[in-house]
Write a protein of this length. Sequence first.
Length: 346
Amino acid sequence: MSTFAALAARAEDRVTSAVVRLLSRRGYTPRVVTYPSYGTVDRSRVRARVLLTAPDAPTPGSVARRGWRNLLSAELPDAEVRVRAQPGQGPDLLVARTDRGGYLDAWLDVPLEPGWQTLYLSVGEDADVPAPVQVVDPAATHGIVSDIDDTVLVTMVPRPHLAAWNFLVRSEARRKPVPGMPELYGRLTASHPDAPVFYLSTGAWNTASALSRFLHRVGLPQGSLLLTDLGPTGAALMRSGREHKAATLRRLADELPGLQWILVGDDGQHDPQVYETFAAENPGRVAAIAVRELSVGEQVAQNGLPGPTPATRRAVDELERSSVVTVHAPDGRALADQLAEAGVIG
């Protein structure tokens, strides 16, 4: 850990402590926000965050707190969170504490049936909050990992002023899917009905509730969210988006060893490089890679160039020379047709 990062982390902790003391004196109470997660029939991963909010304020992440209002809360470190199988009854399956950012990320041994199941989390005197868990069927042969920004959701990330406008100001109902992507994912899940879906993004956890509502509204399949957060950590001042994606893919491969992966991303940032490295490290574990080609305007907004960066082009070339089925097209419908020709989907 660098000295600068350590100093920044300690400074952030002091600020957090001061904010928690101030808001607690003003009557703010802890509330738990849960995130769609995943597991197996034997054990499940629960992910959540505990925030301090005014007692009469809407639940963080609700439609009443869209956009910039979701930033008006404070994380609560070292908060005790209880996990139950049923709301308000039964023994605690797990009692755990949040980390320095108010996050809970824990595995618990609990038998659950395949499909979407629900656990219940509570903090303090707050009511139990449902936590959806995607339980992977032992018979599943494939898993789907998808980027979000400019892969399924038009965002123009990482252009700061456009991303800020989309997140802080623009109404959720006006956010648009990338053309043809609902059709692509519909055909993927129809061909592989037991395949779990994971949305892997460098987006912040503050946007998780809005993302879940967007996916439902435009007809994209429900999936586990694998997001990140900015700020000082034990290893760096700011998280690396590329490393977040690479590390998360490696973790999924270890936790779900029986799956072959279908990876979907775009050529505006580092998806092709991350996917190419993952496929090389895990021979035979990648069934297909689909790369959405950004328009000239989107490429300029993403990286200042009218086309993919040289590193992205090299990664796509390496994928095409490998044995992995690799397709690329400007929209979801064309990607679906190419995957169908390759026999990946019906």
